[in-house]
Design a protein around this ligand. Structure first.
Ligand code: NDP
Length: 250
């Protein structure tokens, strides 16, 4: 059996494609998400579905403990679970903003804390953090999403320097537009837009751009392949960027 991998957000989109692709390539894959029912089909690929809510401490601890008990180690962590709320910063309820940071930043960081002891013990580990092209460039109406992904970029770069002496690599993936549940959402995704005409017009423009991007968006397998490339490289690059649609944002 190959290396043991935890893929978060494996119930849809990039996470699901990555879990399947890695399982097909000999990895021992645990696919984690809240909607366990949406991961039952993963069993046909030999993937172990596991319940995980990255906003809940006890859920993250239980997930890691179960994997260590069953597989003995966690060699690769793919921090893919993510959430996106869009809307003018002035309008965005702070609860929504906090939730987004909770999932995209604190969830990522806490899982890293939980897997590092086993990685350090084995002097081997790959931590893959899924950022975004939106972790490099920004659009209006995406302040909190961008803030969360910019945070992941900085967190990953600092962490890389800390854990390199323990044989642990930190790899950042920056997808462009990729077909998934997140990008399939339409205007209803744009929360908190007030009656202000400037915000409304900006929101309309961004919605239109996302709709175009959705048409051109790449299959998640493109990102799954980049992830595999990253974890199998002897000297991984620090960043892998890809997927059609990225050009629309840049
Ligand atoms: P999806 O919406 O299809 O998938 C998001 C996944 O995250 C789901 O499996 C969902 O599972 C999981 N998730 C959300 N909240 C939680 C939570 N609290 N605990 C555990 N799992 C959670 O989106 P994508 O596949 O597009 O997104 C994957 C990653 O790629 C994200 O980090 C996203 O920011 C990033 N990305 C995507 C791009 C795109 O164009 N698609 C572009 C750039 C980056 P469940 O609801 O079952 O818990």
């Amino acid at each position: 059996m190959g290396k043991t991998v935890l893929v978060t957000g494996a119930s849809s989109g990039i996470g699901k494609a990555t879990a399947i692709y890695l399982a097909q390539n000999g990895y021992n894959v645990y696919g984690a998400a809240r909607r366990v029912e949406k991961m039952q089909d993963l069993k046909t690929y030999g993937i172990h579905p596991i319940a995980l809510d990255v906003t809940k401490e006890e859920s993250m601890v239980a997930c890691v403990e179960q994997m260590l008990k069953e597989a003995g180690s966690i060699d690769i962590l793919i921090n893919n679970a993510g959430s996106g709320y869009y809307g003018a910063l002035e309008d965005m309820p702070m609860a929504d903003a906090k939730y987004q940071i909770e999932v995209n930043v604190f969830g990522v960081a806490r899982l890293i804390q939980l897997v590092l002891p086993t990685m350090r013990k084995n002097n081997y580990g790959k931590i893959v953090n899924i950022s975004s092209v939106g972790g490099k460039v920004t659009l209006p109406m995406g302040a909190w999403y961008h803030a969360s992904k910019f945070a992941i970029e900085g967190l990953s770069d600092a962490l890389r320097k800390e854990v390199k002496p323990f044989g642990v690599d930190v790899i950042v993936i920056e997808p462009g537009g990729t077909k998934s549940e997140m990008t399939a959402l339409g205007d209803e995704y744009m929360t908190g837009v007030s009656g202000n005409t400037v915000y409304s017009s900006l929101a309309k423009g961004v919605s239109k751009m996302y709709a175009t991007m959705q048409k051109d968006a790449a299959d998640p397998i493109v990102i799954a392949k980049l992830i595999k490339q990253g974890i199998e490289a002897t000297h991984p690059k620090t960043r892998y960027a890809g997927a059609a649609g990225a050009k629309l944002i840049l």
